[in-house]
Structure formats: C-alpha cells, structure tokens
Design a protein around this ligand. Structure first.
Ligand code: PBG
Length: 322
C-alpha cells in the first residue's frame, strides 16, 4: 500500500520533501511616505503599518535592511492642496515623492527601489487617469505617466511599477525610458490588476479613493480569467520585465495561469485588504496571525509568484532572520 504519511513522519522528512518555501529574497515591502518631520502615523485598518515622514522612513528602511529585506515599493501620501486634474505634483522634482526617492537611494545605494507610476495619489479626481466629463482619457494619460516615470528614473528608481491599467502604457514607458538613456530601469507591470474591494485600506492610507465613480473602466472584472492572458501578452510584447497579479489571495488561479504561460518572473501583490483581514481576525483571537501570514505567503508562492509584495514583509523578516 502506498502510504503518503511516511513522507510526513518527522519534521526532518517534512523539511526534506517540502516543495515550496518563502524567503526574504522573494519579498518586496511597500512603504508609505508623507510630508513632515519625526512623524509616524498608523494606517487605520492596517495595524503595524505606518505612513512615515522622510526622516523616520530612513530609520524604518535601515531597520528592515538589518532584518534582511532589500527591496521596497514606495507610495506617497500627497497633501490635498497639491492635487490637481493632471497630477502635476507627480513630476515636481522638489516634491515629496521624488525627493524621498533621491534620499533613499543616496542613503542606501545597495537596496532595490520600486516606484509607483499612476496618477491617483496626486489626482484631485482620485483616478489613475485624466478624467474628462466622467471619462478616463487613455492616451492623454500616457503622457503624464511618461513624465512621471522619467522623473522617477532620474531620481534613482530601480524598477518602475505602472499600477494604472491604461492601455499601451508598458510600451510607451519603455520607449520613454530608453529614449532618455534609462535602459537599465526595469518595469514591473501591474498586468492583471482587478477592480477589487481589497484596496480599501490602501486608499485610506493615501486618501486616494475616487471622488466619483469607480475604477471598472480600467481595472479588470474579477469574473475574468482569459482576459488576464490578453493583458499579459500585451505587457510581455511591450517589454515588461515582470508581470504582476493583484490582489493575490483571491486570484491564485491567475498567478498560476501567468506562471504557466510566461517565462519572465511573475509577481503578486498581497494587498492592503488581505493584510487587514488577517490582522483583524488575529486581534480578535480568531486565528493565529503568524501561521495565517505564513500560509498566505506560501500559497502565493506555490501558485507561481516568485516575487510577493506584502505588508507582512517586515513581520515575516522578524521571524525568519537569515
Ligand atoms: C493605485 C493603486 C492601488 C493600490 C496600489 N496602487 C489601489 C487602487 O487601484 O485604487 C492598492 C494596493 C493595496 O491595496 O495594498 N494606483
């Protein structure tokens, strides 16, 4: 009789036959920066996750690097008065975001910094594109994204992450970067980004929720799987270095689909709402937060994501020092 339990008999054997493992090399830690000094304010619905002023952010990064984390994704919380229809603050060289990118890369040249390309943190409409009469203008938005990406590359970004879901933006951004000599700046495409309820806590963190309507004309319908292949083929052909699926846990089938069909690294974004659910249940004593974190990250890796963006990265690093 074949007895599969023999391979589960002891922790030595279990460790030997284990098929997947999450390591610190797989993780990207998203960080929020806001204006000010000596500030650290916790995001509601994200216990343990803070918006940092630039000075305290540097300390946080240093602490994370000591734990073995080496890749970070930065998002800005922009003051309401600086937002406008065209997200002009996004390419203001002396603005919060670009200044912080320069400061991070000058303090920690060895880390890998991923930056966010999308209008919503700077948009008075709270959308990822230019809004005209309630319509999101695709090709006009590309020009704004191009300026933003270029400014981020100039400031020192290693990887740019277009999270906007406009059509044609990967090719447009690749050409823009290459045209200015930034051939070494990589693009992690938010390839299959779904119109999801799980972004709620993130929008609170940045105060970036849409003022009118929703994001369904650019983010994907959660009902669709094949459409992810359409997006992935385009992003691949347009020159993406990584394909990302977002959110992660409710979209493991999409991660697997892209993993099985493409030969470039697949990333997944374990988003704010996925973090919030585990934290809320753990705080209530309803489940073991540590174990739920481990199992969530492992499932994303097992599905085929080689890279995981997760708010759990620091907590995971604390318990898995290399
Ligand atoms: C928007 C953007 C969003 C996230 C990252 N970039 C939210 C949205 O589309 O409204 C969500 C990340 C998270 O929930 O953790 N460009």
């Amino acid at each position: 009789m074949r007895r599969p339990r023999r391979n589960r008999k002891s922790s030595v054997i279990r460790d030997m036959v284990r098929e997947n493992e999450v390591t610190l090399n797989d993780l990207i830690f998203p960080l929020f920066v806001m204006e000010g000094q000596k500030l650290k304010s916790e995001v509601s619905a994200m216990p343990g996750i803070f918006r940092f002023s630039p000075d305290t952010l540097m300390k946080e990064i240093e602490a994370c690097m000591k734990l073995g984390l080496r890749t970070f994704a930065l998002f800005p919380n922009i003051e309401e008065s600086l937002k406008d229809k065209y997200a002009q603050e996004s390419h203001n060289k002396s603005g919060l975001y670009l200044k912080t990118i320069r400061e991070i890369k000058s303090n920690f040249p060895e880390l890998c910094l991923m930056t966010d390309v999308a209008m919503d943190p700077y948009s008075s409409d709270g959308h990822d594109g230019i809004v005209e009469n309630g319509i999101i203008l695709n090709d006009e938005t590309l020009k704004v994204l191009g300026r933003m990406a270029l400014a981020q590359a100039e400031a020192g970004a290693d990887i740019i992450g277009p999270s906007d879901m406009m059509d044609g933006r990967i090719g447009f951004l690749r050409n823009t970067l290459d045209g200015s000599g930034f051939t070494d700046v990589a693009i992690m495409a938010y390839t299959a980004k779904y119109a999801s309820a799980f972004y709620g806590p993130f929008r609170d963190a940045l105060n970036s929720a849409p003022k009118l309507g929703d994001k369904k004309t650019y983010q994907m319908d959660p009902a669709n799987q094949k459409e992810a292949m359409v997006e992935a083929r385009l992003d691949y052909a347009e020159g993406a270095d990584f394909l990302m699926v977002k959110p992660a846990l409710a979209y493991l089938d999409i991660i697997k689909l892209l993993h099985d069909n493409f030969d470039i690294p697949i990333a997944a974004y374990n988003v704010s709402g996925e973090y919030a659910m585990v934290k809320a249940a753990a705080q209530n004593g309803w489940l073991d937060g540590q174990k739920a974190m481990e199992e969530s990250l492992l499932s994303i890796k097992r599905a085929g994501a080689q890279i995981i963006l997760s708010y759990f990265a620091k907590e995971f690093a604390l318990s898995h020092k290399m």
